[in-house]
Design a protein around this ligand. Structure first.
Ligand code: G3I
Length: 448
């Protein structure tokens, strides 16, 4: 299926929702409100990125969701998640034909309850193949790979914003060649076959090619991936985005031409994502540069760091992340947040009559508080018809609403409130259910 035949869907809507969104953090005790676009700066990575039409995410290890220190940072700071290992082929199909979605589903449910976007990682890869697949070749392997893509993308349909359809298919070094693997040996067209199968299974997810060491524009590997994407676009192979893993360590440091790489891929008509960022010893300059480079390229949709605390990292001895092992913010965190806050919001068109899908601003006013519940009102500006996504922290629950049409996600914790002609202010009552400190978060505001 060619890109042009794609149905407008969830992916497009969610992307629009991040354009000038209003990720509003409420400081419950002081009643202070951080407003998007106001002089007061956002105080979390996700909220600040959202104000600039981006996400800021992290890789998550599902086993750590039981660690409250970990989950507290996750829920507070990030508005996008990638499963670090739980959506890999060996995790999802340990025996041929036997799919094991438990851990991956748990992550998706957690993300949805918090209003976070989910990146699927990864459908086809030479690594982390289960034993049964490692032993396959030829048509049998090609069909097994395509079946995996179809089954998994179908299972998660409607819940994944971006799929890393194919991961790490090119060689390092100067050859610019494909990496040798059992998948490559099934024929050079295995990558496009995987993309076509993914598009068919989930037409509304954005489909990405993801790799490491494609950050330096002058590298042969970067150029080879660039040529593949160019070729795919010219032949209508359904590719929407390129993920630059950006593991900056040792031999692959942050390159000064990184912005050129991002903008060059974007110029091919694909979005770019920074998908697995970590930097040895977390230097503030390099982290700041990455953020500034992403913000400078309109099609750079967001940044995902590869773990939360240094102790969670796959290379923990290098301390490459934004939080130390005790969960405290490192200088790199401050540099990233400041760079995000200094970034300009994306253009929104005419602010009084934005086109459908463009942004609006939602401003929260805390209302009356009782022993067991509290009121909140939200005023929308920049649009006369709109939808606003509000996330509630469980076990709190919204018990009643007014002046809008609400719908809910399956968790019941994320409400989408749509205008119903009764003005630009809606409100709701939230039952505390034992949690008296949490307050609602506005995830996005979308006009039209
Ligand atoms: O969970 C088992 C544990 O039960 C067992 O005792 C232990 C010893 O073998 O292994 C544990 O599984 C490990 C898993 O991480 C969870 O910690 C695997 O062996 C190990 O191979 C796996 O490593 C992951 C690696 O990908 C390989 O899939 C890393 O966590 C993960 O961070 C890393 O992520 C990759 C991206 O997917 C692609 N880009 C590069 C990136 C870094 O290598």
């Amino acid at each position: 299926m060619a890109n042009s035949s794609r149905a407008p869907g969830r992916s497009r809507r969610l992307r629009a929702a991040l354009v000038v969104s209003a990720a509003v953090g409420l400081l419950a005790t002081a009643g202070a409100v951080v407003l998007p676009g106001s002089a007061s700066a956002a105080s979390t990575l996700g909220a600040s990125a959202a104000e600039r039409g981006r996400y800021f995410g992290t890789a998550v290890a599902v086993s750590r969701l039981n660690d409250s220190a970990y989950t507290t940072i996750l829920n507070r700071e990030f508005n996008q998640v990638t499963a670090e290992n739980e959506m890999k082929i060996d995790a999802l199909q340990p025996n041929q034909g036997q799919f094991n979605y438990g851990n991956a589903d748990r992550l998706v449910q957690h993300a949805r309850s918090q209003g976070m976007l989910v990146r699927g990682h990864t459908l086809a890869w030479h690594s982390q193949q289960p034993g049964w697949m490692q032993n396959m070749s030829g048509t049998t392997l090609r069909n097994a790979m395509l079946n995996h893509v179809t089954q998994v993308a179908t299972h998660f349909r409607g819940q994944i914003e971006w799929w890393d359809v194919v991961n790490e298919a090119f060689q390092d070094g100067s050859s610019g060649a494909r990496r040798d693997s059992n998948l490559q040996r099934t024929g050079n067209d295995w990558i496009e076959a995987a993309f076509r199968a993914a598009r068919q299974a989930d037409p509304n997810a954005d489909l990405c090619y993801n790799d490491y060491n494609i950050d330096n524009w002058n590298d042969a590997k970067t150029q080879a991936v660039y040529r593949m994407v160019q070729d795919f676009k010219s032949r209508g192979v359904p590719i929407d985005c390129v993920g630059l893993q950006s593991h900056f360590t040792g031999g692959s440091n942050y390159p000064s031409n990184y912005r050129t790489t991002l903008s060059s891929f974007a110029a091919l008509g694909v979005d770019v994502h920074i998908t697995e960022l970590d930097i040895r010893n977390a230097p503030t300059d390099a982290y700041r540069n990455v953020v500034n480079d992403c913000l400078a390229v309109a099609r750079c949709k967001g940044i995902t760091v590869w773990g939360i605390r240094d102790s969670d990292s796959w290379r923990s001895s290098e301390n490459p992340l934004l939080f130390n092992g005790s969960g405290q913010k490192k200088p790199a965190y401050d540099a990233v947040l400041a760079a995000l806050n200094n970034g300009t919001a994306p253009p929104t068109g005419n602010p009084t009559t934005p086109p459908p899908g463009a942004g609006c601003t939602a401003t929260v006013t805390p209302g009356q508080v009782w022993g067991d519940r509290y009121n909140t009102s939200v005023t929308v500006s920049g649009a006369s018809t709109w939808s606003v996504v509000v996330a509630i922290t469980a076990p709190q629950k919204i018990s009643s609403t007014w002046s809008g049409n609400p719908t809910w996600d399956s968790s019941g914790n994320v409400m989408t409130m749509r205008s119903n002609g009764s003005g630009n202010t809606f409100g709701f009552t939230t039952m505390m259910n034992g949690n008296s400190s949490a307050r609602p978060q506005i995830r996005s505001c979308t006009a039209g």
